[in-house]
Design a protein around this ligand. Structure first.
Ligand code: ADP
Ligand code: GN1
Ligand code: MG
Length: 362
């Protein structure tokens, strides 16, 4: 274990005695631990996370957003007698929703949501529909967030044209000497450059509104009940900030339609399953149709392609820069991840007309 959780947990207003901690989850950015405490003979679990300071330049701002969102959604969950329905932050000894350790790392802690789990690969259309309902419900629950605009904790996080420019810069400096190897992937992305600004242009013209979005709606960022499979809670709130609904729906398509993992090496296993797309669309509309405009709905299929291309671009950029952003577990990890994304884009493109037709029927 990289960190001394017994010491870290002392920075928070914890009840009981520290028993143990272990690394937890499969995220690419933060360090997550599950820790157990003994509270008068009962074992109680918590999640501790070290916020990645390389990615989040102002962790206080991340926690300001997160605390507001958790308080708002927590109030709604309590009113609905749903104790697992929102992330419950534990305060630090200072009273803040985060603590800073001796090395300057920012930490946060929350109550562990029991009897719920995440999935890295979608298992059924029914599950896709439920997950999409949960993410749509998350956006819906934040429509009335009081207190003004959330902070842009990572400016231009989903600005696809800027992501492409970053790739072009990485390619021209070719720091890790890897450009030769990835010519095919680079050209694939560049051939789609023109389409990347569509949503931002519509937003600039006032045709698509800014909303509060999650911005990282990977399938494994929703907890589902272990017994019933029903959604329990949307987690991983680092990037909750102003955005377009398409960023969230697009990432659901990216992570909830392929039968393969994000880093699958056998690309024949990577494709968009149309029935999963249909289930995501139905599920998302189940909970978001009350506030979506016709223009927002029209671009939902496109968002699947755009966000998949965008994340593929980010993986390739990181590969060219020598793996400085995403955690990797093997040398070509980012390249493998990029390839699955581009394969999925291709598959979405092939099914695009059918996706649009389905949307019309709904
Ligand atoms: P990352 O940004 O690294 O993906 P997450 O916030 O998604 O971090 O947390 C990593 C994993 O920890 C999740 O996939 C989930 O399994 C688990 N997890 C996070 N928060 C909770 C919680 N409150 N209760 C139970 N499990 C949680
Ligand atoms: C990162 O933290 P995690 O693993 O949920 C990344 C997302 C990417 C995702 C790709 C802050 O999410 O933007 O879509 O990896 N988060 C950040 O799997 O960059
Ligand atoms: Mg996560």
């Amino acid at each position: 274990m990289k960190h001394d959780l017994s010491r870290i947990s002392g920075l928070f207003r914890m009840h009981g005695l520290f028993v143990s901690a272990e690394p937890y989850g499969t995220g690419h950015i933060n360090d997550t631990y599950k820790a157990t405490f003994d509270q008068s003979g009962t074992r109680v679990n918590y999640i501790f996370q070290r916020i990645n300071g390389n990615v989040f330049k102002k962790p206080e701002d991340v926690m300001k957003n997160m605390a507001r969102v958790c308080a708002h959604l927590g109030g709604k969950a309590r009113a609905a007698h749903d104790p697992r329905g929102a992330i419950d932050l534990v305060s630090a000894q200072t009273g803040e929703p985060f603590a800073v350790d001796a090395e300057g790392n920012f930490w946060r802690a929350y109550c562990f949501i029991e009897n719920a789990r995440t999935f890295d690969v979608i298992e059924s259309a029914a599950q896709a529909r439920l997950a999409a309902q949960a993410f749509g419900g998350f956006q819906c629950g934040l429509v009335d967030l009081p207190g003004g605009r959330l902070i842009d904790t990572i400016p231009d996080f989903h600005n696809t044209p800027k992501r492409i420019e970053a790739l072009e810069r990485a390619a021209s400096s070719d720091k890790a000497g890897r450009l030769r190897e990835v010519k095919k992937e680079f050209d694939f992305i560049m051939a789609r450059k023109e389409e990347c600004g569509v949503l931002l242009d519509l937003n600039a013209k006032g045709e698509i509104p800014e909303r509060i979005t999650h911005n990282d709606t990977k399938l494994n960022n929703v907890l589902l009940d272990c017994r019933t499979g029903n959604p329990v809670c949307v987690i991983d709130l680092d990037t909750v900030m102003p955005g377009l609904v398409h960023y969230d729906f697009g990432d659901m398509v990216r992570t909830g339609t392929s039968p393969a993992l994000e880093d699958e090496k056998d690309l024949s296993k990577v494709f968009m399953q149309f029935d999963m797309f249909e289930a995501l669309l139905r599920g998302y509309l189940d909970s978001a149709k009350s506030f979506l405009t016709p223009a927002e709905k029209h671009y939902l299929p496109f968002s699947g392609k755009l966000i998949t291309l965008e994340i593929g671009t980010r993986f390739l950029t990181d590969y060219l820069e020598g793996d400085v952003y995403f955690k990797i577990h093997r040398p070509e990890h980012n390249l493998d991840r990029c390839r699955t994304q581009l394969k999925l884009v291709e598959s979405i493109e092939k099914q695009y007309d059918r996706m649009m037709k389905l949307l019309e029927t709904l």
